[in-house]
Design a protein around this ligand. Structure first.
Ligand SMILES: [Zn+2]
Length: 171
């Protein structure tokens, strides 16, 4: 894997971002991690993970997807407790797969869709589906744009994460 595949930053006891590598924009420093998250379910589950790691004192590992326009990208996330309730968040790119078709994310669309922060599926009506399926269903490419996304969490990932946390807490 090439360099820049690992992103590390720290959250203080109030989940304020302490330090970032160059990938994360400088203006993100000093902001609260949860300022970036609007979705209540996502807030609940991330708070639970952070609290659990601080309480238990051992690293929690999981994986998630953070795709871009032409690749599906799988990341490992390791959350490690440090002194003074500081958490170290290490995101590491572990696998990439080319998309069948390159998609063009538009930044000037007014439409905002919810994307699962864990599997990158898109909420379409009441279910979460793969982005490619969403594109077909909504015929977005005909208009040559893709909507903006806000992050949420789909029911499958929510259930899966709860299981992972419960297992972690039991160990
Ligand atoms: Zn999901």
């Amino acid at each position: 894997m090439a360099e820049n595949n690992t992103l590390i930053y720290y959250l203080d006891e109030n989940n304020v971002i302490l330090n970032t590598s160059e990938i994360l924009a400088k203006q993100n420093i000093c902001k609260n991690y949860f300022d970036f998250i609007n979705d209540e379910m996502l807030k609940i589950i991330l708070s639970r993970i952070f609290d659990s790691v601080r309480k238990k004192g051992s690293p929690f590992k999981t994986s998630y997807r953070c795709d871009n326009e032409d690749e599906l990208r799988l990341y490992d996330l390791e959350i490690t407790p440090m002194v003074n309730n500081i958490l170290k968040l290490k995101h590491e790119l572990v696998n990439t797969t080319k998309r069948a078709t390159k998609l063009h994310f538009s930044s000037n669309s007014d439409i905002i869709f919810t994307m699962c922060a864990w599997c990158n599926k898109i909420k379409y009506r009441d279910i979460f589906i793969e982005l490619e399926d969403a594109v077909n269903k909504m015929k977005l490419l005909e208009y040559n744009f893709l909507p903006k996304f806000s992050h949420g969490i789909c029911p499958d990932c929510y259930t899966g994460l709860i299981k992972e946390i419960e297992e972690y807490e039991r160990k």
